[in-house]
Design a protein around this ligand. Structure first.
Ligand code: GRG
Length: 297
């Protein structure tokens, strides 16, 4: 962790810049679409989209494209894909928080969407976000948009499969391998999608980038599970200690905190090694990879 703490890359300001860009794209999307109404649904969509969030997935898309010499300027395909991915991610959080799923009342330090806007509206917010994501991406006349949409659809489906496994209530019986498979689907797929999609936007091979993103996605989920054990609700902006309360099988619960941390560090090391060959242009991507483990929320 020493190298992580002394990271000279200004990751906080990089993420703040990405967050500001994501928020500006979101405002533009809402301004174009919300006038069609109904006002209540669009207010809830705004609440879901502009309530904070680290914007890690869009940052990974842009950094992965940049690392391979891709265009990440305003209006580029990479920016369109980055927003589409964040819309899908936001839909997953809104639906995951519903009473029928994790039944959470706190997300990003505020009441969850169903708490603030009602359950039926929260279901529609998730549905609407998914449609908006593909509509926004496919509004591009870039011929690569179709491949990106397929990538996003396939990884979003993997997330749904992971969520189904997570909900099926047999956690006590899950082996380490089964927990890893669950994490690969539930969390890893969208993070891998970010890194692979960024590569595709730079005309590099997404199939080569995807497994590196998967390592980061797994490290990200282990870090999340560690924070659930070691973090507090105020810092996390969501309830801490939920996994143990729900009897969920996570790596920290299965292997203990120190071993789970070692696994996450190993995954990060493997991802960083795979990114080494990309040279100085990949500095932001490598810093984001380190942030996956060093983050406090
Ligand atoms: C409902 C189809 C469906 C899927 C839900 C994303 C998800 C799958 C569940 C959310 C709960 C959870 C612990 C998911 C694992 C991935 C994860 C840690 C998501 C939170 O992502 P962050 O930390 O969130 O990037 P912010 O708020 O920063 O955007």
């Amino acid at each position: 962790m020493g190298a992580i703490l002394s990271d000279p890359f200004p990751i906080d300001s990089y993420l703040a810049t990405v967050a500001a860009r994501v928020e500006a794209w979101t405002e533009a999307l809402l301004a174009a679409r919300a006038p069609q109404g109904p006002a209540g649904l669009w207010a809830a969509l705004r609440y879901a989209l502009l309530g904070g969030g680290k914007r890690l997935r869009p940052a990974l898309v842009l950094a992965s494209a940049e690392a391979r010499g891709g265009d990440v300027s305003e209006g580029s395909l990479a920016t369109r894909f980055a927003l589409a991915l964040e819309l899908v991610h936001t839909y997953s959080l809104v639906h995951d928080d519903l009473p029928a799923m994790d039944d959470d009342d706190l997300r990003r330090g505020r009441p969850t969407v169903h708490r603030a806007h009602g359950e039926a509206t929260a279901i529609l917010v998730g549905d609407g976000l998914q449609s908006l994501a593909f509509s926004h991406l496919l509004a591009s006349d870039d011929p690569r948009a179709g491949r990106l949409a397929r990538l996003l659809a396939d990884d979003a489906l993997r997330m749904v499969l992971g969520q189904a496994r997570d909900l099926d209530g047999e956690h006590a019986a899950l082996s380490e391998l089964e927990v890893m498979e669950l994490m690969r689907n539930k969390t890893g797929a969208l993070v891998a999608c970010a890194v692979a999609g960024g590569a595709l936007c730079a005309d590099a091979d997404p199939a080569e980038a995807w497994p590196v993103g998967m390592k980061l996605g797994l490290a990200f989920q282990i870090a999340d599970d560690l924070l659930d054990v070691t973090g507090d609700t105020a810092t996390l902006g969501k309830r801490a200690g939920k996994d143990a309360a729900a009897g969920k099988a996570t790596l920290p619960r299965l292997l203990g905190v120190p071993e789970a941390r070692r696994r996450a560090e190993r995954l990060l090391g493997e991802a960083l090694a795979a990114l080494e060959g990309l040279g100085p242009r990949a500095e932001a991507l490598r810093a984001l990879a380190r942030f996956v483990l060093s983050r406090g929320k």
